[in-house]
Design a protein around this ligand. Sequence first.
Ligand code: DER
Length: 232
Amino acid sequence: NMAEEAKKLAAFAAVDNHVQNNQVIGVGSGSTIVYAVDRLAERVRQEKLNIVCVPTSFQARQLILQHGLTLSDLDRHPELDVAIDGADEVDSELTLIKGGGGCLTQEKIVAGCAKHFVVIADFRKDSKALGQQWKKGVPIEVIPMAYVPVSRMIARRFGGEAILRMAVSKAGPVVTDNSNFILDWKFEHAQNWKEVNTAIKMIPGVVETGLFVSMAERAYFGMEDGSVTIRS
Ligand code: DER
């Protein structure tokens, strides 16, 4: 369908523009990145590229292994050339909401270790302000024993409500790759995302937020008409 085709367009454009031989690539999580890994594997085969891939989740690790790409990690490669990842929403300043897939913590670590961090997304993620299109709130990874006080503190200080993300194919809450819980903070109005991100990070029990502020260098959006919009 149109969104899937748009994801593929963005993924191929980013891989073709940013991946060269002898590089260390950060591989994001979610559904759009699958197209990027497909393209990466195709280029490695066709061009005999020598690259290694650092995953951002169990899912990304499986994708790397299933495509026969060389798996690495931050112990061996603490500095990456480029990290490629999806996003749930991108605003006019390239501030991202990520974590729809629950992988925000390792994604932010890997993105922070890369010289270049590029986002790939379909047209639905291209927004002017966070919350315009993405209605599920900002994911926040929390230490399980603290999710109630953290949820209450966020609601008290920033408004809205922070809801424990419940699993679908498992009884009880979603448990992340890091054995933590996720709160989805349904904010009520636009915020100073840089300040809010820092303030939420400081709450005892918060591991990471899905607000990626001043991290993305460029975003590739696959559009409905088959074109690719690039924002930097
Ligand atoms: O959970 C995540 O952070 C994913 O990268 C998400 O932001 C994008 O997932 P999608 O490519 O399936 O929309």
